[in-house]
Design a protein around this ligand. Structure first.
Ligand SMILES: O=C(O)CCC(=O)C(=O)O
Ligand SMILES: [Fe+2]
Length: 348
């Protein structure tokens, strides 16, 4: 009863969230409303978000080559082998892998993800990494795929698979991160074998085809009470069979050598491949997500003078404070002291 009254009080807030990237079907009764979604609310947001992203990408076309634009249009990702010249790559890898810094980690199923925020202080100590993240090639690809002149959030990320006895890593199920286009980039610093949990992407699945939209509509009707937590939170899971039924091709596993860059629109279906054995994957990982409905390219809060180069530590601290004040559940990114990217985690 009390919660029903609270929902009504919050109704204007929930409605306003429709104009943002808010995606959780279970936390927002408007976004998750079965009747509104049957009537097409969810797919209207999907379509408009795609149209806006296409419009912004047209304005950003000059950031990347025509060949890369065509690859992206076709596949939903851009793959660059031997992205850095060999000497630059060797310097970057040497600096990054021996870097000891403050780490955060999160368990997901049996996998542990370790992150080191690439902030100003870290960049001051890693000049080769600074060369990468300031380069027009890197920024151009991330910004074009992200469809904004955004300031990507960059991390040194390590995935340790099968580090404990637990259910499988939820990232190993095919999914779309959100209902709208957004960018993630992986610049691999380790060779990734097929059996070591490579990144997987279904080529062409970034497009809002008629069949994809019909599937989105159906999924959105039941998503608020989906037993699958990630789907209910707006990151819809899908099976390989359904992907096939939607007319997309087979997933592609990025079993790639180090010094390969993959920049993908994670509205396309993707996953982390299952590992056949415990594995360690190290990458420079970037993320860019903004309100998908914005009719402009810039004005990214992460680029403000006091925030630029500090966004991730600020975000982590804010989550720690919210946890202490019990304003939100515990921060999934727990501090793990200092470590290098490849040091094996001590699992308690
Ligand atoms: O790390 C991977 O291979 C993919 C994980 C994933 O789904 C994501 O980062 O959105
Ligand atoms: Fe994902």
């Amino acid at each position: 009863m009390a919660s029903a009254r609270l929902s009504w009080l919050l109704a204007p807030w929930h409605v306003a969230a429709l104009a943002t990237g808010a995606k959780s079907f279970r936390d927002n009764p408007v976004i998750g409303s079965p009747s509104l979604n049957r009537a097409g609310l969810h797919i209207a947001r999907v379509r408009l978000a795609h149209r806006m992203a296409e419009w912004r990408r047209r304005a950003l076309a000059a950031l990347i080559s025509q060949e890369d634009r065509e690859a992206f249009e076709r596949d939903g990702f851009i793959l660059k082998s031997d992205f850095l010249p060999a000497a630059d790559y060797a310097a970057l890898k040497g600096q990054v892998l021996s870097f000891r810094g403050p780490v955060r980690h999160q368990f997901q199923g049996d996998a542990l993800t370790r992150r080191i925020a690439v902030d100003r202080a870290v960049l001051a100590r890693l000049p080769a990494l600074r060369g990468l993240v300031d380069s027009p090639e890197w920024l151009g690809l991330v910004r074009y795929v992200g469809s904004f002149m955004l300031e990507p959030l960059v991390y040194i990320q390590t995935i340790f698979s099968q580090v404990r006895d637990a259910s499988p890593d939820p990232q190993t199920r095919l999914h779309a991160d959100a209902f709208h286009p957004s960018v993630k980039a992986w610049f691999f610093l380790t060779d990734v074998a097929e059996e070591d949990g490579p990144f997987i992407y279904v080529p062409g699945s970034h497009r809002p085809t008629r069949r994809r939209l019909a599937w989105e509509r159906k999924a959105s009707i039941n998503a608020a009470c989906a037993s699958d937590f990630q789907s209910a939170r707006g990151s819809l899971r899908i099976t390989r069979e359904t992907v096939r039924c939607l007319g997309f091709g087979e997933p592609r596993a990025f079993a790639v050598p180090q010094n390969t860059l993959v920049v993908a629109d994670t509205v396309g279906f993707h996953a982390r491949g299952l590992s056949a054995r415990p594995s360690v994957r190290v990458e420079i990982w970037a993320y860019g997500r903004r309100n998908p409905f914005l009719p402009w390219l810039g004005l990214d809060p992460a680029a403000l003078p006091l925030v630029k180069g500090r966004a991730v530590p600020l975000y982590w601290s804010a989550m720690d404070i919210a946890e202490k004040l019990r304003l939100s559940s515990s921060n999934p990114w727990q501090s793990g002291g200092t470590a290098t990217p490849i040091e094996y985690p001590a699992i308690s």
